[in-house]
Design a protein around this ligand. Structure first.
Ligand code: NAP
Length: 499
């Protein structure tokens, strides 16, 4: 990756880019059967971005047929493990080699700073494909303990055709979380990215094909959720839907699976994660984690630490330090400015929703400490500054609903028991954190917190080696780690009796 990354460099790259917006089906770009398209508006400046194929059931049918044919032929799943591994590692290298282009596609679509797209999203996407590629020649099957007169092989087999439906907040990363294990396990995939963020998915698929993925193993169909995602989830020839998105749509996906062929589902859904700070904590570390945990990616993060539970005696001090970290470190700028740490929200309608939730919160009695206002409107883009509300109670809407904007709700508490009760008083169970110097309390609290990931004295640490996902209405099934492979496979037992 190059290092000459001035604003001018990115502006030139943007001006020279050709945006491919057709579906990727059976190893090539294809327009919609209907010929219809839609135009994406760039959140960074409100100008037109890519023109995408507007998919419907006919396009989904074509993609599923291609995926099924590839699976049935065994062209991918029966390839030598070493060969499959080489193709996936080449794919990861191609993603790195096209890093700046992919970063720009992501920024055009979702408005995050292009440097973050490059150094976080592209990097983690490539690392994810590599991680699962490296697993391919390290997976073994089992022989069951049956005695000498028979043998039972317990084979772990791919499911077949996987429908992957992904959101817009970390498109490339979440695509890799699905594509890596699903394809490494030997399946074919039809990916339906969010309508707001299809450009990087299309490019990823083309790079996979260039690396050697056979036609049909990875297809991308673009379009709206109701018109493209729904027929995919209802499809009778799809074996599983791997979904990441809102709890509301996740419930629909479960319904579609039940109404069609009882396909499996894995759901990575929303969150309202608590970050709990006791008075004995390192307040600088807690302030930094609280600010970055909530405001990174403009708060458009499923596990954003949007509820700050703070022991009452240190609330004012902690909020002052959070404000300081935010003003010093979390620069909200135009996404092509290399010094930007956060950029635009995903679209105008979402910005309006965030602003109206803030206004409703104030009417409900939430007290603004700083920020949470529309800014940079002169750019034509959709920007809201990071902000904190204090003296909140956990029954207020800002503390209960997923805002998906840079808004932190600070809720004071007095005792550990009260903090744990408030932390668990949510429909979600995705993540959480506890800050204290008392390690007994830290571990007691971590055990009590009903969440898929708990951090002690830090926030948002992760590697591919750790599973990610939630409890309660944050969904079920885990992305990342060796365990993610399991949900794209099932066991098949083959008996043989000896004479
Ligand atoms: P969303 O509205 O639920 O959409 C997610 C995906 O579902 C999109 O591709 C969407 O397509 C599609 N979709 C919408 N309606 C559908 C339907 N009726 N049938 C089938 N597919 C449909 O979520 P989002 O706004 O993109 O993303 C934000 C949400 O994702 C938040 O709730 C966040 O917490 C969650 N999230 C969770 C995780 C996790 O790992 N737990 C990670 C990231 C995000 P369209 O875009 O075309 O509508």
């Amino acid at each position: 990756m190059t290092t000459h990354l001035s604003r001018d460099h990115w502006e030139k790259l943007l001006a020279g880019l050709t945006l491919e917006g057709r579906h990727f089906i059976d190893g090539e770009f294809q327009p919609s059967v209907s010929g219809e398209t839609f135009t994406r508006i760039r959140p960074m400046d409100g100008r037109p971005g890519g023109t995408l194929s507007r998919g419907n059931a006919a396009d989904v049918d074509a993609a599923v047929a291609s995926a099924r044919a590839a699976f049935a032929s065994g062209v991918w799943r029966h390839k030598e493990p070493g060969e499959k591994k080489k193709i996936m590692l080449t794919w990861a290298e191609l993603i790195r080699a096209h890093g700046e282009e992919l970063a720009m596609l992501e920024t055009i679509d979702v408005g995050k700073p292009v440097m973050a797209s490059l150094h976080v999203d592209v990097r983690l996407c490539a690392d994810g494909i590599q991680y699962y590629g490296e697993m391919i020649d390290k997976m073994y099957d089992e022989i069951a303990p049956t005695g000498p007169k028979a043998r039972a092989l317990v084979r772990k087999v791919p499911l077949g055709v996987i429908g992957a439906i992904t959101p817009w907040n970390y498109p490339m990363i979440i695509d890799a979380w699905k594509l890596g294990p699903a394809i490494a396990a030997g399946n074919s995939v039809v990916l339906k990215p969010a309508e707001q963020s299809s450009l990087s998915a299309l490019r990823l698929a083309a790079l996979g094909h260039e690396a050697g993925l056979p036609a049909g193993v990875l297809n991308v169909v673009t379009g709206y959720g109701e018109e493209t995602g729904k027929p995919l989830a209802l499809h009778m020839d799809v074996d599983m839907i791997a979904f990441t998105g809102s709890t509301e749509v996740g419930k629909l996906i479960m319904g579609y699976a039940a109404q069609s062929n009882v396909k499996r589902v894995a759901l990575e859904l929303g969150g309202k994660s608590p970050l709990v700070v006791f008075a004995d904590a390192d307040l600088d570390a807690a302030a930094s984690a609280a600010a970055w945990g909530c405001f990174y990616n403009s708060g458009e993060t499923c596990h954003a630490s949007t509820r700050l539970l703070v022991q009452r005696s240190v609330q004012d001090e902690l909020i002052a330090r959070i404000r300081d970290v935010t003003e010093r470190e979390i620069a909200l700028r135009h996404p092509l400015d290399p010094s930007a740490q956060i950029g635009a929200l995903i679209e105008e309608a979402h910005m309006e929703k965030v602003l109206s939730m803030i206004a409703a919160g104030e009417r409900e009695g939430a007290r603004r400490a700083f920020g949470a206002e529309r800014v940079l409107s002169e750019t034509g883009g959709y920007y809201v500054s990071p902000g904190v509300f204090v003296d909140m109670t956990n029954d207020m809407n800002l503390a209960r609903q997923e805002i998906f904007g840079p808004v932190l709700a600070a809720i004071p508490f007095d005792t550990e028991e009260e903090a744990l009760a408030i932390a668990n008083d949510t429909i979600y169970g995705l993540a959480g954190a506890v800050f204290t110097r008392d390690m007994d309390r830290a571990h007691r609290f971590s055990e009590g917190l009903h969440a898929g990931t708990v951090w002690i004295n830090t926030y948002d640490m992760s590697t591919f080696a750790t599973p990610f996902g939630g409890f309660k209405q944050s969904g079920f099934g885990r992305d990342r780690s060796v365990h993610a492979i399991d949900k794209y496979c099932d066991y098949k037992t083959i008996w043989q009796q000896f004479g």
